[in-house]
Design a protein around this ligand. Sequence first.
Ligand SMILES: [Zn+2]
Length: 468
Amino acid sequence: MTKIGLEIHCQLTKLESKLFCSCKANYREFEPNHNICPVCMGLPGSLPRLNQKAVESATSIALALSCETPEKIAFFRKNYFYPDLPKNFQITQLNVYGDMSVGGEGYVSVEDKKIKIRRIQLEEDPGRIIYEGASERTKITLVDYNRAGTPLVEIVTDPDFESPRQVRVFLNILSDLLENLGVAEPGLEGAMRADGNVSIKGGNKVEIKNIGSFHDLEKALHFEITRQQSLFERDIEILQETRHWDDRRKITVSSRSKEEDQDYRYFLENDIPWVKIDQSTRDRLKENMPESISSKKERYVEKFDIAPQVADIIASDRYYSKLFENAYSDNNAKDIANLITTDVIGFIDTKEKQENSKITSRHLSELIDAINSKTITRNSAKIALQEIVKSGKDTKDVLQEMDLGQVSDSSEIDTIISQIFEEEKQAVIDAKERPETVNYLVGKVMQKTKGKADPAKTLELIKSKLNQ
Ligand SMILES: [Zn+2]
């Protein structure tokens, strides 16, 4: 049996400042080494000061993942020497004297399975190492400390996953949840990273690190499972070790044998006092938490009779759900939801396009009104949508300028049908013999009217003409 566990690191990108100093949490906008101070550079004599907002954001994550949250938390020094860590220790959390990290045991439901969260801890992100140069011999190592000290939440799961696919589903759910909470932007480069550990048939656990994206994680897990299976079949021992994902060769490579926790010589960070998180703070955080994706989805399905897949797409994305929430009335919720998932998504399918889109909730409800009152066809709405996303012009103006008014005048449609019957003699014969092929003729009328003919009326008129 395959067992996979995860360690997910998520930056709290919505915070103003770093975890222990007043440098900006948003290090991305700075020139290298321009977002640093004596604290995050670990200069002698500098003292860390805890960002209380970071504790609250991390506690919100713990609450959202149904984790136990302790009355008070502590920080520890994890000692190791690495160029991206100027202090030679990372300030993190550890549960040695009972539960002291921001989150204890919790879970996430993935399909029908509960994935257990082992713990959630708050820690600082190290700096970044950048390798430059064309070959091994000319390689230069650069270090940028702008990221050092950025607030980071580590989420550790039990080895409850049975397949890389399940991991992918979980990570999608988790990143939607974190985004919905308003504490993180998982789409930002490097804002959410995951390491995996794999064991098969009760054998030793192998950790895989250095994975750039969720997509690569899935590939790395697949590779590692196959590698271990092949060793197992040949009766070769699977070593407990850490392996790195080599993105170029698409394989995992042994990097070091697994160090034990004591190698890090953890000890209490006495520069930061224990932090109390009392019940009233936790109650307040719970109260202020946005509606969860699952409860949103449930509400859409139950209240508006929206299809579960449609409700899922809208509820999982903050942009679409905001657009939907501000557009719907009790009468048109289902239509608005369908318009978003069939057409809007096609034009606004990336975060960047979401940011640049000019469409508002009002546009959506106006378009649905126009469709329902038969002023325009569904197809014309799609054409108008494309323009509105780009320009943000008034719905009325767009429909007028693009001449998208619906043609529902019978004689006008009839004339066009007569033309089509002339041009498509074989299709007419086919439709008489096999009525299910009639849509071809409807399509031709639509083509000729640039999608403006009332489809129901067109079908009705074609059918009666076929029976003449
Ligand atoms: Zn700093």
